[in-house]
Design a protein. Structure first.
Length: 217
């Protein structure tokens, strides 16, 4: 519950931490605790949801959730609109729990320099602490939307290599780079669910390594 408060109520957390520092400073007769309280309050404004994400990812129980409503607000962050989301969590024991979060309060793991929320109506993987299930972390790399995104990112080097090779199929350097890009994609466990493309790419490698079929690629 404490991590939820710090992650979802940045302004209130700031004042609580600062006030705590002031009270302790009066009690201990040292301004040191005011300074520490201010620093912690300031840091929490920017990192509260990240600390919450790490805690839940490591100690939480696995469940799933679905976004049931998304609504654009009038506020912005980095010139992008802040959205509010309602969701229903399905716990490991089958209980339904209603929760909510926003673009700025969503806890997502792994932590990256981007905020990607699951699509409306699509089930995704979460973790939570039993007894306070409304505090969730979105496990993006374990969820369908995150898996698709990672696969799309992993395809980029392959598509670049394929484009180069198609421009000049007689270029030996391009051919080798294309083959390596195909092998890298196939061997990456993040792409294991892309079975159809992997099967196709294996066939392409066989054709590329067969001199008689080079001119057909």
């Amino acid at each position: 519950m404490l991590f939820y408060f710090f992650a979802h109520h940045g302004a209130w957390s700031f004042f609580v931490l600062l006030l705590s520092g002031v009270v302790i400073s009066f009690w201990r007769k040292s301004i040191f605790y005011v300074i520490i309280g201010f620093i912690l309050a300031l840091v929490n404004v920017f990192t509260g949801q990240f600390v919450n994400a790490v805690f839940l990812a490591h100690y939480g129980e696995r469940g799933s959730a679905v976004v049931t409503l998304e609504e654009e607000t009038s506020s912005t962050i980095n010139d992008s609109a802040i959205w509010d989301y309602d969701a229903v969590v399905k716990t490991a024991d089958g209980k339904d729990v209603v929760t909510d979060f926003s673009t700025t309060t969503a806890s997502i793991y792994p932590i990256r320099n981007e905020i990607i929320i699951p699509p409306l109506g699509e089930r995704f993987i979460v973790k939570y602490i039993p007894g306070f299930e409304k505090n969730i972390v979105i496990m993006s790399d374990e969820s369908p939307y995150g898996i698709k995104r990672r696969i799309a990112e992993n395809l980029r080097p392959l598509l670049k290599a394929r484009g180069q090779y198609n421009v000049s199929t007689n270029n030996e350097s391009f051919r080798k780079e294309y083959i390596q890009a195909l092998k890298t994609y196939i061997e990456n466990p993040q792409n294991s669910s892309d079975s159809l493309n992997i099967k196709t790419y294996k066939a392409i490698i066989q054709n590329l390594t067969n001199p008689s079929s080079l001119n057909q690629q």
